[in-house]
Design a protein around this ligand. Structure first.
Ligand SMILES: NC(=O)c1ccc[n+]([C@@H]2O[C@H](COP(=O)([O-])OP(=O)(O)OC[C@H]3O[C@@H](n4cnc5c(N)ncnc54)[C@H](O)[C@@H]3O)[C@@H](O)[C@H]2O)c1
Length: 349
């Protein structure tokens, strides 16, 4: 077990470690009393797990109120008590659901997260946000409830589909751009090994990405300042997901596309260094993200951004970058965004 980080949030400590396969379900710090998995991650379990297992639907379908209710019912059925620990093995959807259920059951049980997708390893399982979707709104209902432990086993990535793997890499790239020069260089120079999921290099990549996320979250747990930087590429990305409908593009593809657009907004405002824009776009192209596509009408994207919670007086809130690893928040006039989405070269200031 290699500890990556010890994150103190709201008086609760989360220990984040890279573990070996034998340590995934280890009970070294108290019991794991119930394990939540989905139809895909169930296959990762030992044949006869010593812990009761609850299987929920895979993907976003598990973040539904009815599934939450079912899971809470299982907590009752298995007799979980105030000192019980709930574990979750899965992508970000399962870890969000299980951690949310644990956070409201008996006013909060301990949680151990075992993320199995790249996105969950570097993002969803780290930082204490939990939640489910509600009436068509993503992550509308949730809590801040940091896990006691996050156990990351990069070997679990072997069975993840290429699309889901690339989706997670989109968030890794974003994290590198925010402030990890060595990670950025690894992404630029070792793309073949990274795409081949080489476990040695992925340990290093995951460790570095998790460290950046921990630093940002530790400085701003409740997202009143710097944590918003983690939304680089997300204002455009969420709008694209809303216009295309869930599942057409993965979240990471949409974020990569959104990062390219955010770079263009920075250029249009004359605040972003042109060489940085080119370097970022070259990197996104290296991993095959469709960043030059204009897959949805500008009007739909603009409307989606205006509905988004990032809407502010005088424009839409964006996370932009001025130069390598330097991130800023700006409110941008809708006409500038429209020009970029219509892919015009001339942009009105
Ligand atoms: N809490 C947070 O801070 C936070 C941050 C980012 C994202 N999220 C949430 O995370 C979710 C997305 O997470 P995701 O990208 O992991 O998607 P996901 O959880 O939907 O998983 C994607 C698919 O991969 C499968 N899968 C996962 N691990 C596997 C493995 N090792 N082998 C084979 N199949 C595997 C899953 O069963 C699912 O079908 C969203 O709901 C998002 O809102 C939360």
């Amino acid at each position: 077990m290699m500890e990556i980080s010890r994150l103190e949030l709201d008086g609760r400590e989360t220990v984040i470690s890279i573990v070996s396969p034998g340590e995934l379900f280890h009970r070294h710090e108290g019991c794991l009393d119930l394990l939540v998995v989905d139809g895909n991650t169930e296959a990762i379990l030992p044949r006869d797990p010593a812990i009761p297992v609850v299987v929920v639907p895979s993907g976003e379908a598990c973040k539904e109120f009815a599934v939450l209710e079912h899971l809470l019912g299982e907590f009752v059925r298995f007799g979980l008590r105030r000192d019980s620990t709930v574990a979750a093995l899965g992508g970000g959807a399962v870890t969000d659901l299980a951690a949310f259920a644990a956070s409201i059951y008996l006013r909060g049980l301990d949680v151990v997260l075992i993320p199995s997708s790249l996105l969950a390893m570097v993002d969803a399982a780290v930082g204490g946000k939990t939640g489910i979707d509600f009436r068509g709104h993503k992550n509308m209902v949730g809590t801040f409830h940091p896990a006691r432990e996050v156990r990351i086993e990069p070997g679990l990535l072997r069975t993840l589909s290429d699309r889901e793997y690339l989706s997670g890499l989109g968030e890794v790239i974003k994290t590198a751009l925010l402030g990890e020069p060595v990670l950025l260089e690894l992404l630029e120079t070792r793309s073949e090994a990274i795409l081949a999921r080489d476990s040695l290099i992925m340990k290093d990549v995951i460790r570095r990405a998790v460290t950046v996320k921990c630093d940002i979250v530790a400085s701003d747990f409740r997202e009143q300042g710097r944590r918003a930087f983690l939304n680089l590429g997300h204002t455009f990305g969420h709008a694209l997901e809303a216009c295309l409908g869930l599942g057409k593009w993965t979240h990471g593809e949409a974020v990569a596309w959104g990062i390219a657009r955010a770079m263009e907004v920075g250029q249009a405002l004359d605040i972003t260094d042109a060489a940085w824009v080119q370097r970022v776009k070259d990197l996104l192209n290296r991993y095959g993200y469709p960043i030059t596509a204009f897959p949805a009408p500008a009007e739909c994207l603009l409307q989606a951004m205006e509905k988004d919670k990032k809407r502010r007086r005088g424009g839409i809130g964006f996370i932009l970058q001025t130069k390598p690893f330097t991130t800023v928040q700006r409110t941008v006039d809708g006409d500038i965004i429209r020009s970029i989405l219509e892919n015009r070269q001339e942009v009105r200031r």
